[in-house]
Ligand binder design. Structure first.
Ligand SMILES: CCCCCCCCCC/C=C\CCCCC/C=C/C(=O)SCCNC(=O)CCNC(=O)[C@H](O)C(C)(C)COP(=O)(O)OP(=O)(O)OC[C@H]1O[C@@H](n2cnc3c(N)ncnc32)[C@H](O)[C@@H]1OP(=O)(O)O
Ligand SMILES: Cc1cc2nc3c(=O)[nH]c(=O)nc-3n(C[C@H](O)[C@H](O)[C@H](O)COP(=O)(O)OP(=O)(O)OC[C@H]3O[C@@H](n4cnc5c(N)ncnc54)[C@H](O)[C@@H]3O)c2cc1C
Length: 645
């Protein structure tokens, strides 16, 4: 099963070898539990381990393999980030996609050797979403052939870039490019920030950390201001866009090619989110198979809480989602890598499809992941609330994905633009022009679903029902938009009056895509034992998801209320059928205890002994009497006693 999850036996077994290798190297382990450390201690600890990784990486992984590096980082550094997180996640991808060969020779090779540390500085105090209104300006000075970077007011300060605050000495900075008074929109520049020897900020740079956050606190998200700061013309990233010495601007082959680092993260983060969801579910499912509370048969001992249908309903549909997401994530990464290669040859035809797909997936997956993690926490009762479970940290890190790389409700609108265009084609009788991801929009719906009438409930009927729902909502939302425009609203006003409905269409389209990706993967499985278990999980998934969106199919009679009952019964049937495999389904992700960092979710299942040992090790228990008691509480009680006398 691990080979299914990790798209092949080769990587699944490499993960095992890497974990086994690390198990023998205590210097790579957390020196104490992360929840017992201050932020400064965590950053120090993470930097220590990062240095070890840089020194010994070649002995443990093939550093050119992204997935091996990712696994090494998960084991050693963990999810709370590290001082070079953005270096790998965005700085290197931005240089790879946007720097010219000559620039790559100069900077990318140094970045890969870790001679310099970089980040991606785009968001500002006043603007994150609306990139066209960024306020940092890069004005071209023809005389000196330099760009002058400037922060004209406080809202123009860069704000949020990860590892900008304290760690990075370079950044890919996004600024509005002005040449001879003309605004050429957001462009990307390679900018030195700190002296390479002293790490002191360079003259003209104001820089620092933005303070603690909900989670992800090992990362020093930062602020950055420029005071008429000069960089050479050749620091504009010039793989696709160019500015000649005389200020002539050479347009890229696609207007949004500069947004590639964001598309990179959106493509990869689907897998990252699936893994975080699986972390939380591993902890909650293992714990639920140890925790006994209450009885189902009063003549029998207390049951494991995993026997309760409510607990199964709380956890199993999310287990199915984690599988669905990791399968969809693998497809997305393949598409991204293909588009990256095609862009190299000047073919930008798939960029819009990739952008639409990743915008929708990023939004739906992060939202459902956060919901699933929070349910997993609650499924652990009181112990879920303790940092010993580590689920609160997993939640905090994962939920950041709802905001970063484009706020979810904004990114759903990007997909909606694509869907509206497609709906326009359908309306104009040009369905043959629809791309493969939206071809279903042009198909004709059956009048009712046959979900309960096919002999073996196959997935085709479910897919058809999801298609019906997504098609109906897309055409309806587009109609609403066109209707407002026909009545005289501008497109922007009409759009704003239709966005709730448009975003619903985007979610339904994306959920259909996820179901289809799950079906595609299960169809490929050759081993009959695995196929059976994955088919059960997929059946659970399609019934749970369909029930969640059934209102759309009930309102036009595509589904009847008796079919709804059928779907519910199927759901309950598969909850019970999956129960014996539940622990194996989470164990199949093969997370080591070191990677999970959860006292509650350890493989040995010795929950109570482990919790007691953890609590005793808490910093507060180092002494029996705290200074706060000596200083305040004792005098308080003493004075209360004295006043009574
Ligand atoms: C296999 C390996 C295993 C390992 C896996 C695990 C890996 C884990 C990966 C790491 C995970 C986590 C890392 C955490 C790091 C987090 C760091 C966070 C960083 C950031 O947040 S960086 C800042 C991100 N900021 C944003 O995302 C801003 C959002 N805003 C925008 O993107 C844009 O402003 C916009 C898209 C909303 C609007 O842009 P605008 O220029 O105004 O355009 P529009 O007018 O709306 O649209 C015009 C047309 O352009 C099309 N368009 C827009 N963007 C793109 C694009 N990128 N590509 C193609 N086309 C695009 C748009 O659709 C319009 O088209 P149309 O006119 O409709 O045809
Ligand atoms: C953990 C974390 C790490 C980050 N790392 C980086 C980084 O490394 N580099 C970097 O540059 N940035 C980074 N960011 C910033 C991040 O990319 C932005 O916060 C994000 O893009 C959202 O933009 P915003 O903060 O301006 O939100 P806003 O756009 O101000 O959103 C506020 C509200 O307004 C709504 N809204 C905004 N525009 C519209 C619209 N057009 N239609 C409808 N509703 C709208 C949103 O839906 C939301 O409800 C990070 C953020 C976080 C949380």
């Amino acid at each position: 099963m691990a080979a299914q999850i990790y798209s092949g036996e080769k990587y699944a077994s490499r993960r095992r070898e890497i974990s086994a290798n690390l198990a023998k190297r205590p210097e790579f382990h957390d020196s104490k539990p992360l929840p017992f450390m201050t932020r400064e201690e965590k950053i120090l600890e993470s930097s220590r381990k990062l240095t070890l990784i840089s020194k010994h990486m070649n002995e443990i992984i093939d550093p050119s393999d992204k997935r091996e590096l990712y696994h090494l980082n998960c084991e050693v550094l963990g999810i709370e980030g590290n001082p070079m997180a953005l270096h790998g996640d965005m700085f290197i991808p931005a240089l790879t996609a946007q720097a010219s060969d000559e620039q790559q020779e100069k900077w990318l090779s140094r970045a890969l050797r870790r001679e310099i540390i970089g980040t991606y500085a785009q968001t500002e105090l006043g603007h994150g979403t609306n990139l066209r209104k960024l306020e940092t300006i890069a004005t071209y000075d023809v005389d000196t052939q330099e760009f002058v970077l400037h922060t004209p007011q406080i809202t123009a300060l860069k704000w949020w870039p990860g590892n900008l605050g304290k760690s990075s000495n370079y950044a890919v900075v996004v600024a509005l490019m002005i040449i001879k008074g003309k605004n050429y929109g957001p462009q990307t520049f390679m900018v030195p920030l700190r002296d390479e020897k002293t790490h002191q900020p360079l003259k003209g740079i104001t820089i620092g950390d933005i303070g603690p956050k909900l989670a992800y606190n090992i990362v020093d998200n930062g602020f950055l201001g420029f005071d008429h700061y000069r960089i050479p013309r050749t620091n504009l990233l010039m793989r696709h866009t160019r500015v000649e010495p005389d200020g002539t601007f050479v347009k890229p082959p696609h207007a949004k090619i500069n947004y590639s680092a964001m598309v990179h993260v959106r493509s990869y983060m689907i897998t990252g989110q699936a893994i975080m969801l699986a972390y939380a579910l591993t902890i909650a499912t293992r714990y639920s198979s140890v925790r006994r509370q209450g009885q189902i048969d009063t003549t029998q001992p207390e049951v494991k809480v995993l026997e309760y249908q409510t607990q199964q309903h709380r956890l199993f549909p999310s287990i199915a989602r984690a599988y669905a997401f990791v399968f969809a994530g693998a497809e997305t990464v393949r598409l991204y890598e293909r588009v990256l290669q095609e862009v190299e040859t000047g073919n930008v035809s798939l960029m819009a499809d990739l952008h639409a797909l990743t915008s929708g997936l990023k939004s739906v997956v992060t939202h459902q992941t956060a919901q699933g993690i929070e349910q997993a926490r609650m499924a652990c009762g009181g112990h879920g609330y303790s940092q010993a479970s580590y689920i609160s940290e997993i939640f905090g890190v994962a939920v950041g994905g709802c905001t970063y790389e484009g706020e979810n409700l904004v990114m759903l609108q990007q997909l909606a633009r694509y869907l509206v265009k497609s709906a326009g084609l359908v309306q104009a009788g040009q369905s043959s022009k629809l791309g493969p991801l939206v071809a279903y929009l042009g198909a004709k719906s059956d009048s009712t679903s046959l979900i309960d009438r096919t002999p073996t409930p196959g997935f085709a009927e479910y897919v058809k029902t999801f298609q019906h729902i997504a098609r109906k909502q897309t055409l309806k939302a587009a109609q609403k938009l066109f209707g407002f425009m026909e009545k005289g609203d501008t497109r922007e006003v009409a759009w704003n009056k239709s966005t709730v409905e448009l975003n619903r269409a985007s979610r339904l389209h994306t959920r259909l895509y996820i179901v289809e990706a799950f079906v595609r993967r299960v169809e490929e499985v050759a081993d009959p034992r695995l196929k059976e278990v994955l088919t059960d999980l997929l059946r659970l998934h399609v019934n749970y998801e369909l029930l969640d969106v059934a209102a759309y199919a009930l309102e036009d009679g595509f589904l009847s209320s008796s079919q709804l009952d059928y779907i519910r019964e199927q759901l309950y049937f598969y909850l019970a059928k999956i129960r014996p495999n539940a622990v194996s389904l989470v164990d199949s992700w093969e997370f080591s205890d070191r990677e999970l960092r959860s006292v509650l979710g350890r493989r040995d299942g010795n929950v109570y002994e482990n919790l007691f040992a953890w609590a005793k090790a808490s910093p507060l228990n180092k002494t029996d009497v705290l200074p706060s008691v000596d200083k305040y509480l004792k005098p308080l009680m003493e004075s209360a006693r004295a006043s009574k006398l």
